[in-house]
Write a protein that binds this ligand. Structure first.
Ligand SMILES: Cc1cc2nc3c(=O)[nH]c(=O)nc-3n(C[C@H](O)[C@H](O)[C@H](O)COP(=O)(O)OP(=O)(O)OC[C@H]3O[C@@H](n4cnc5c(N)ncnc54)[C@H](O)[C@@H]3O)c2cc1C
Ligand SMILES: O=C(O)[C@@H]1CCCCN1
Length: 388
């Protein structure tokens, strides 16, 4: 066997994170193979669908700081691929004025000098018609925020990767990984070898990690992606400058509720609950729990009176959630030529271009551009197998 390998790097999983990682590696002249189990494009993972929120409004500084560069990297891809991927709409954040979460978001924005507008309750309805602000809630708008065109972004980044000479093999389910100076990857269409491996397998991550002696505390949740009909067409439309929104706490449920202005489906606004019920990634459609939809119905009846409180369309997506909802961006504890990007916990899309850059840096043994301590595997010591 040659010690050169077939490739410099193999990336497993062509969702947003694997696609951006492969693109960054190809930019660094690495001979890169991107393997995907499904035929592309597909709707079985976490990166499909037309839209995602992009925002700087976070309760932790490190995400807000990282978003500075993300916006630049998204703009760069828009230019390279001649395609529009980001639409600035602003993000309305609502939550109990004295709650720690709402205050944390407000403080992070102020501290990092992110352009924002605070909407006092008496002025709220002048700026945001058709929404009832809850008694005691504060409201602010992160004006930098907006909507990312997700499917289009995946097409663009995969297209750029191919232009750089990268290779995508889809319809190739990986069924084994053998670590070593050359990593050997067995997939349904062949056996491939490379000096480095990056694992970005989304909800299937622990299945892949079982081949290389590691398990992470990841929960896979099925998310019901709900669209709701506007009673008066256009009332929550992106062209009426209706923003995306995030309700950080409310009486109906303990998790966030979020929404995007109507755009992709005429007359329908997307509003979802930021959690779901556990599932196996291959059995997603067997999970039929709808308690999240009941919470949304009650919230929309109270706060979005212009929406019919019965979902018109329900699609499915998955979150892969860590206990602290921070990502995993790290090398395998024993095999430093295997890099893992996982646990994006329902908020990783907007970071895609930067995650790609960071996983590429880790794979090339470079000093990462950011402090990755919040994202290290060793924050879960109890989950490192005794064999490690
Ligand atoms: C409903 C919903 C709303 C969201 N909203 C936002 C938002 O507003 N803003 C935001 O920033 N983020 C948001 N997110 C989160 C974001 O979409 C995810 O963090 C991101 O898509 C995760 O990407 P990924 O590449 O890790 O996973 P995936 O997209 O699932 O990619 C993993 C890929 O690996 C492949 N794979 C797995 N196993 C194998 C194997 N054995 N062989 C070959 N290939 C394999 C899978 O088929 C898949 O294509 C949302 C997510 C959901 C579900
Ligand atoms: O990443 C985001 O911006 C959204 C916010 C709410 C939960 C889902 N993800």
């Amino acid at each position: 066997m040659s010690t050169e390998g077939d490739y410099d790097c193999i990336v497993i999983g062509a969702g947003v994170q694997g696609s951006f990682t492969a693109y960054q590696l190809a930019k660094k002249k690495q001979r890169t193979l991107l393997l995907e189990q499904f035929v592309l494009p597909h709707t079985r993972g976490s990166s499909h669908g037309q839209t995602r929120i992009i925002r700087k409004a976070y309760d932790q500084d490190y995400y807000t700081v990282m978003m500075e560069e993300c916006y630049r990297l998204w703009a760069q891809l828009e230019e390279e691929a001649s395609v529009k991927l980001v639409r600035q709409t602003g993000l309305l954040v609502m939550g109990p004025e004295n709650s720690s979460q709402y205050q944390a978001v407000k403080n992070t924005l102020q501290k990092n000098r992110v352009p924002m507008v605070i909407l006092p309750p008496e002025e709220f309805s002048k700026h945001i018609p058709n929404v009832n602000l809850s008694e005691g809630d504060g409201a602010l708008v992160d004006t930098t925020a907006g909507v990312l065109f997700a499917d289009r972004a995946l097409r663009a980044v995969q297209g750029q990767f191919l232009k750089l000479g990268g290779i995508i093999k889809d319809g190739q389910k990986v069924s084994d990984i053998k670590p070593g100076a050359l990593v050997t990857v067995t997939a349904s269409g062949g056996v491939y070898r490379a000096k480095n491996l990056v694992l970005t397998a989304g909800s299937w991550t622990n299945g892949m990690l079982s081949y290389i002696g590691l398990q992470l505390p990841l929960k896979v949740l099925k998310i019901n992606v709900c669209y709701w009909k506007e009673k008066v067409p256009g009332s929550y439309h992106v062209q009426q400058r209706f923003p995306a929104f995030l309700q950080v706490e409310c009486p109906e449920g303990k998790h966030h509720i979020y929404g995007l202005p109507s755009n992709e489906y005429p007359g329908l606004m997307k509003v979802c609950y930021h959690t779901g019920s556990e599932t196996h990634p291959d059995m997603r459609d067997r999970q039929s729990d709808q308690s999240d939809i009941d919470i949304l119905k009650r919230y929309l009846t109270r706060c979005f009176p212009g929406l019919d409180p019965e979902p018109a369309v329900v699609e499915s997506c998955m979150y892969t959630v860590t206990p602290d909802e921070d990502f995993v961006l790290d090398c395998h504890p024993l095999h430093n030529n295997i890099v893992i990007g996982a646990g994006f916990s329902g908020h990783g899309f907007k970071f895609g271009p930067l995650i790609g850059k960071l996983l590429c840096e880790l794979s090339l043994g470079e000093v990462p551009s950011y402090d990755l301590s919040p994202f290290r595997i060793r924050r879960f010591p109890e989950h490192l197998k005794p064999s490690l």
